[in-house]
Design a protein around this ligand. Structure first.
Ligand code: ATP
Ligand code: MG
Length: 571
């Protein structure tokens, strides 16, 4: 492609609305433009990258024996009624009705539609196993669309669904996908990790997430240094602490003490000369429109997904501080479970506290001598806190480390949940109807693009892994007025394209400085410069974007050199 003809609107300024680096660079590099909240147009460069990822995904899915189909994005509400998710899915499901007043939704995922296909088209065990997939736009009305392609409302997903005769066969399909996913992320050239994960709204029993490692990731992974254990912190279970004998410790009397202005655990601890872990922290959450008080030790954090699962809620969000007084007439910073008139749930550890401290539900006051069980009784007690590096590996007791990642793929064992709800059966060898055992497998194709940038960039711009780069080589012609230079650049452009490489030829009448800047910004792995040196000595300069390694080569050797570098990077 000739740069002069390409719609590639790069900018110097960092757009104010972009918080994370991938969003900034995708906008600055002219890859995407925002239509409205959470929805983006892919400009030519963005679409090229998206296609690179799509093609890797498609090849590996096909290699794993899956068959590509394409389902409608709009889905009838009736199917969601059948599966029970019309009620359960929550406000991420964008619902609307047509002119006949029939319910529809925009597909956030396609379990219902594919199960409907299965019950119509798959009749016999002889047709199984089968895995059907599509690569298509999904819509989820995310509560906080953000970070550009990372969390959009409309985004591109590869979703695959497997159908098997029984659980054992389903495990084989799952394993086949797990391996395909490893190949996909390896081929993309990304550093990633597969971790045990929560199953979320999709349902099912068993799942792994594929995490692209990046400091800016929204997910936290816990990895054991002693064994293979790796999990999303949402899933990383913490066993209840052993019941400590509390005999011998006299239970103190409940007492209200003045703690003016002390809203934070640390201030209260210092003031009352106790440790943070002796304080009961009370946090308010909104779980499906109901306010719930959640108790953890003062030195712990609530894990939202664990809370959601314990409550069986479809959505859980912290209640905004400014809403607490107007809605509940309770003072933020001084909350406590004693005498609190609402649902109260507690982490295991809280129940082991003796003579603890908590807020008094009165401004500037706390209670001491608080004893769970005597002074308050939570409705539910469970594993609600976030795991920490001080915890031990639940499998081997080894040391844990926490690291950030971006969920790029998610594979689930679904079991028979959908096939039972929607009565989808095949006939077994005896001619008896049996429910399909299902699995589903997603990759956020557009999120992979953002994740790759979060992981691979520097202060000058993107550093695309070669397999994902929109172009593998950029040729900079620094003297358009010189006929020899133009001939050389043109010749190289044609030769490299003839070898099958994606080449961008910067034939713009621009200053060298801005050509260098743009080439760095858009992250093309190899840069070939034809300029002054070529005019003097017939040499061109070749620079690798990632390492900055630069060599000068006689023009005649350039094609072979580039071919060698790129074929290695793409193999
Ligand atoms: P998250 O926890 O990030 O919301 P999810 O668990 O809802 O993800 P899945 O339902 O498993 O996601 O969807 C499959 C894949 O689709 C995810 O692994 C992710 O890569 C991608 N994905 C999900 N939501 C979005 C989104 N809002 N924008 C872009 N990609 C997304
Ligand atoms: Mg989600």
């Amino acid at each position: 492609m000739r740069y002069s003809q390409l719609l590639l609107p790069t900018t110097k300024e960092t757009p104010a609305e972009a918080e994370v680096i991938s969003h900034q660079l995708l906008l600055r590099g002219g890859f995407i433009r925002k239509l409205t909240s959470g929805m983006y147009t892919y400009l030519p460069l963005g679409f090229l990258v998206l296609q690179k990822v799509t093609e890797i995904v498609r090849q590996e899915m096909n290699r794993a024996g899956a068959q590509e189909i394409l389902m409608p994005m709009v889905q009838p509400g009736d199917l969601w009624q059948e599966s029970g998710r019309w009620q359960k899915y929550g406000p991420e499901l964008l619902r609307f009705s047509d002119r006949h007043n029939r319910d529809y939704c925009l597909g956030p995922t396609h379990e219902e539609v594919i199960t409907d296909i299965a019950r119509m088209e798959l009749h016999s065990y002889r047709q199984l196993p089968i895995n059907l997939y599509q690569i298509q736009n999904k819509f989820r009305d995310e509560i906080r669309p953000r970070f550009g392609l990372m969390r959009g409302r409309e985004f591109v997903m590869k979703d695959a669904y497997s159908f098997d005769v029984d659980d054992q066969a389903a495990s084989i399909s799952y394993e086949t996908m797990r391996q395909a996913y490893h190949r996909i992320f390896q081929r993309c050239g990304l550093e990633f990790r597969a971790v045990e994960a929560d199953s979320g709204a999709i349902g099912g029993s068993f799942s792994h997430e594929f995490m692209v490692l990046a400091d800016t990731g929204e997910d936290t992974l816990v990895i054991c240094s002693g064994c293979d254990y790796a999990a999303n912190v949402e899933k990383a279970a913490i066993a209840p602490p052993p019941e400590e004998s509390q005999s011998g410790i006299a239970l103190a009397e409940l007492q209200q003490v003045e703690t003016p202005g002390m809203k934070k655990v640390n201030r209260v601890a210092e003031f009352l000369r106790v440790e943070a872990k002796e304080i009961i922290k009370t946090l308010l959450f909104e779980a499906d429109d109901q306010v719930v008080a959640v108790l953890v030790r003062g030195d712990r954090e609530v894990q939202g997904v664990k809370l959601k699962n314990l409550l069986g809620a479809s959505e859980v969000e912290p209640l905004a501080e400014e809403e607490v007084w107007p809605r509940l007439q309770l003072p933020v910073g001084y909350l406590g479970p004693v005498g609190l008139d609402m649902r109260v749930v507690a982490d295991y550890e809280v129940m082991g506290l003796v003579n603890a401290v908590c807020g008094a539900n009165a401004k500037g006051a706390h209670l001491t001598g608080v004893n769970p069980g005597r002074d308050f009784q939570p409705e539910l007690v469970g594993d609600l806190r976030q795991i920490t590096p001080e915890d031990r590996c639940p499998l081997c007791g080894g040391n844990l480390t926490l690291t950030e990642g971006i969920e790029a793929g998610h594979i689930f064992k679904l079991g028979t949940g959908y096939s039972e709800a929607m009565n989808a059966t095949y006939q077994d060898q005896e001619g008896v109807g049996q429910y399909f055992v299902m699995g589903c497998y997603g990759i956020g194709v557009s999120r992979v693009v953002a994740a790759a940038i979060e992981q691979n960039h520097d202060q000058n711009g993107i550093i695309f892994p070669v397999p994902m780069a929109p172009f593998q080589v950029i040729i900079l012609n620094l003297n358009l007025k010189n006929e020899e230079t133009c001939k050389a650049a043109e010749g190289l452009y044609q030769e490299l394209r003839a070898l099958g490489y994606d080449v961008l030829y910067d034939d713009r009448d621009e200053r060298p400085g801005s050509k260098f800047k743009d080439a760095d910004l858009i992250g093309i792995p190899l840069r070939v410069t034809i300029g002054k040196t070529y005019e003097k000595s017939g040499e061109v300069e070749l620079r690798q974007r990632r390492s900055g390694e630069t060599v000068s080569l006689p023009y005649a050797e350039t094609v072979a050199y580039v071919d060698d570098l790129l074929s290695k990077a793409l193999s």
